[in-house]
Design a protein around this ligand. Structure first.
Ligand code: NI
Length: 440
């Protein structure tokens, strides 16, 4: 009996250990000696930020930008670039006050207005952002009013004080350690130059540059709202790169595109990546977009000639792309290729949608020209289509009268476009009549 009891207790203990969440100490450090470091930049965006982003793109560095809301509103194109290039955007308040001297309402106004400016720049709701309080000033009121992870630093380069690129470079290198969070300011040219100069040496020392969110995630630590973080543990742990497009689908109802995702799924316009995974933040490829758009027709896709050299026979998208080519919905790149696996750009999706509407006889003859502040970036072959889809209410700018023609579309954004095309068809009897006639 005693033996049995011991066995039961042992098994119970084993189950409890197995069920306990993994703490960073229990994760075996990897043998590669991988070291993770987070470069963080406050007070921007500014006129030198693009230079920094150019170097980061070339050297495959990811960083975190604690932006000031008023600057985010002034440089929306830089915010968009930071986001599109995989950097983390975080909050440094609207106009840099000492938060410890403000009421809860004013603290929250500082944070929410900055988040709104980011949303306006991106054209969608990015959600709550981590906070670095100006001057590092925080107390219990600030932490609880913010209700997001509060990010401090482990290395202060004092780059705002010593405006010397070599000094900044040396302080980054000397301060670097596994799990470190380095404080910098991208509004100073000397900081930008010093940072760029430090990258190669740190890479040679085995450092990987990650965002703050990725730093903690790769260390196996779940960040909590209202908690202050100064660094991640220097334990050599690296769980490996996280999928930048991953989205926790138990919270899909909180996603900005939820309504459209449901509509697209319910009406058979799009299916999930698997039974319980829609993948709202994954990029949409040209093949995916052409396929789902073609499916809207309800026509049979079989029996059309495949004109593209890089669209193999027998792929899941081959018939749909062949149909779309035969009906003038897609044109390919003019050299016999379609580039099915490339991410679809916003102007490419505009062209496919406009062609689709034209095929269904929608009259586009009296389009009123629309003009965006980045009109000169819209390719000549796409300009008319952009006008059509904007006038039909299917696409909008991404905010601030910017169209962002070469920006890419996520699956959630594609679901939004397809929903709008579908609703337009439902509300345009002539189009439905054409479709019904052709599918008989
Ligand atoms: Ni600051």
């Amino acid at each position: 009996m005693k033996k049995l009891l011991l066995l039961v207790v042992t098994v119970l203990l084993m189950v409890m250990v197995a069920a306990a969440p993994l703490s960073a100490e229990e994760i075996t450090p990897d043998a590669t000696g991988s070291k993770l470091i987070a470069l963080t930049f406050d007070d921007g965006p500014g006129k030198y930020t693009d230079q920094l982003l150019d170097a980061f793109a070339e050297k495959d560095v990811k960083a975190t930008f604690f932006v000031v809301g008023s600057n985010a509103a002034r440089y929306p194109d830089i915010i968009r670039r930071q986001y599109n290039e995989g950097h983390q955007i975080a909050n440094h308040t609207w106009n840099h006050p000492q938060l410890t001297s403000l009421s809860v309402a004013r603290i929250q106004n500082e944070l929410y207005s900055t988040e709104d400016a980011i949303d306006n720049a991106l054209g969608f709701d990015i959600g709550r952002l981590m906070l670095r309080p100006p001057y590092g000033a925080h107390n219990a009121t600030v932490r609880s009013a913010a209700n997001v992870p509060i990010i401090y630093w482990s290395v202060d380069t004092l780059d705002w004080k010593n405006r010397n690129a070599t000094t900044v470079k040396n302080r980054i290198i000397n301060g670097a350690s596994d799990g470190a969070i380095i404080l910098l300011h991208d509004i100073h040219s000397t900081t930008v130059q010093g940072t760029i100069a430090a990258i190669d040496e740190l890479k040679n020392q085995g450092f990987t540059f990650v965002t703050v969110a990725e730093l903690f995630s790769r260390k196996g630590i779940t960040m909590e709202n209202g908690v202050l973080y100064k660094s991640a543990p220097a334990n050599g742990v690296d769980l490996g790169p996280v999928d930048p497009y991953a989205y926790d689908e138990t919270r899909l109802h909180e996603h900005w595109g939820y309504e459209y995702i449901c509509y697209a799924k319910d009406n058979g316009l799009m299916i999930g990546l698997s039974e319980d995974k829609f993948g709202p933040n994954y990029p949409m490829t040209r093949a995916m977009f052409a396929t789902v758009l073609s499916r809207l027709s309800g026509e049979s896709m079989s029996g059309y000639e495949n004109p593209f050299t890089d669209v193999p026979a027998g792929e899941w998208y081959t018939d749909a792309i062949s149909w779309a080519a035969a009906k003038g919905v897609v044109n390919g790149h003019g050299d016999g290729t379609f580039a099915p696996d490339d991410e679809v750009t916003r102007e490419e999706s505009a062209v496919m949608i406009a062609n689709f509407l034209r095929y269904y006889g929608m009259d586009n003859s009296n389009e009123v020209l629309v003009s965006f502040s980045d009109q000169d970036k819209i390719s000549s072959w796409a300009a008319k289509s952009v006008t059509i889809v904007v006038n039909k209410g299917i696409m909008n700018g991404v905010g601030n009268n910017v169209f962002d023609p070469q920006g890419t579309a996520t699956r959630a954004q594609a679901a939004t476009l397809l929903t709008k095309v579908h609703k337009l068809m439902q509300n345009t009897p002539a189009m439905l009549h054409t479709i019904a006639a052709e599918s008989e």
